[in-house]
Design a protein around this ligand. Structure first.
Ligand SMILES: [Zn+2]
Length: 183
């Protein structure tokens, strides 16, 4: 049975990044992999509109990941956003500015062992903002801001967190979405 996704997302690339088609495709696949790895089965169904052109026509919401250089973020948001990514809350579709400089080279404050761990963190952190999560005081948590110095490597903790409190919250969102769809 084909289950319609509740959330459809798109991945865009700032033209100034001058990425090849292959590089863009690779990043798109990574985003897909990180989202799938982070969302417990049976919570929120997500699909990339480009990689899955025949996804459902009636998603509850749409999320756009824009890969932009840090210089763009500085220009748009000012120096207090230096080396940050951000999600525009309350917009439809939800827009996420993914800091491409961080994607290539994580900020010095990030505590992850591998670049893939960092990218997974970044993707899931921003996506959880999309779903309504705020920053957390838990310095091991995925909602800790890794651009701030107090965070620690979350990788050993993430499965526990994603399958505990995050899963519980996702279930609530899922129930709300299902109610909206029925109503
Ligand atoms: Zn954040």
């Amino acid at each position: 049975m084909f289950l319609e996704p509740e959330v459809v997302y798109n991945v865009y690339f700032y033209a100034g990044l001058k990425l090849s088609r292959e590089e863009e495709f690779q990043i798109r696949k990574e985003v897909q992999m990180f989202l799938n790895s982070g969302l417990p089965a049976g919570s929120i169904r997500v699909a990339d509109q480009v990689l899955n052109p025949d996804v459902g026509s009636n998603p509850i919401f749409v999320c756009n990941f824009f890969f932009v250089p840090n210089s763009w973020i500085l220009r748009e948001q000012g120096s207090r956003f230096d080396r940050m990514s951000f999600t525009v809350m309350g917009s439809f579709p939800r827009d996420v500015a993914m800091n491409f400089d961080n994607w290539v080279e994580p900020p010095l404050t990030a505590k992850h062992k591998t670049i893939s761990d960092y990218r997974r963190y970044l993707t899931l952190h921003e996506f959880l903002h999309v779903l309504g999560f705020d920053h957390s005081e838990d310095n091991r948590g995925i909602m800790c801001q890794q651009t701030k110095a107090h965070c620690v490597d979350y990788s050993g903790h993430i499965e526990e967190e994603l399958h505990g409190p995050v899963r519980e919250h996702l279930r609530q969102i899922y129930d709300q979405l299902a109610t909206i769809r029925r109503g």
